[in-house]
Design a protein around this ligand. Sequence first.
Ligand SMILES: [Zn+2]
Length: 285
Amino acid sequence: MPRRFPPHAIDLGGVRITLLDGGALALDGGAMFGIIPKALWSRAVTADPENRIKLACNCLLVEMGARRVIVETGHGSKYGDKEQKIFAIDPTWWLVPALQDAGVDPATITDVVLTHLHFDHAGGLTWLEGERVMPSFPNAAVHVQEQELTDARANFGIMTATYRAPNLDPTMNWRPMTGEIEILPGVFALLSPGHTRGHHSIRIAGKDRDAVFCGDVMPTAAHVGAPYNMGYDLFPLDNRESKRRILATVAKTDAILVIGHEPNTPLVTVRPDGDWFRLEPLAGA
Ligand SMILES: [Zn+2]
């Protein structure tokens, strides 16, 4: 399958972010919208005959000085026939082909920052050479909240097969962090628990503008509403509060919001709207 969109670069002022097509998958529409009735969510999103909705795996390349940082790695390539069908995953198109398509050698990536370690976010960390698990970014440090790494290794969650050992390969250069820290110069963790306990969003600060990658706090633009949680969220009320906080931060600073699973409008801005928020397409995106 060819890429769905070409690499899209934005200069934030001393920092360049490039939106990359890290693949796509399909998940059950009901599970994706939690308590929201299909009569409502189906106005915004079309389900396939198996009631699945199409989701992108949007990833970012962040370039600043000598650093080349990846935010989120998508689903990766490690799927047999059955899972390829269940999730509508094409294992030939994932983050590494997308990077190569953008002219970037994965060996030059210095850091990988992940919102959390579910398979559709951490799957691109490794690939299989025969039976052997190989790191996709052999020279990169992998940054994630310590709580998330601990929970992933303990398989803490309600989805049984979402934390997967090959994505948690202990030989990688893991750099677990605690709390709301500056992960790398200009790259900040924004704690946003709810989908998982250790979930964080990622703010990239440029001289002119910031970008915020919200992760599964708000997987698609159709999830902007307050009660639009996923059935997969471990703590829906916490997720709602995290979403309020992230949207308020983005609105206040007029940052660019990058929506991880949004297939059509992944780059947006946020405006206050009554006691909540609405999204607007990013000019020129
Ligand atoms: Zn996800």
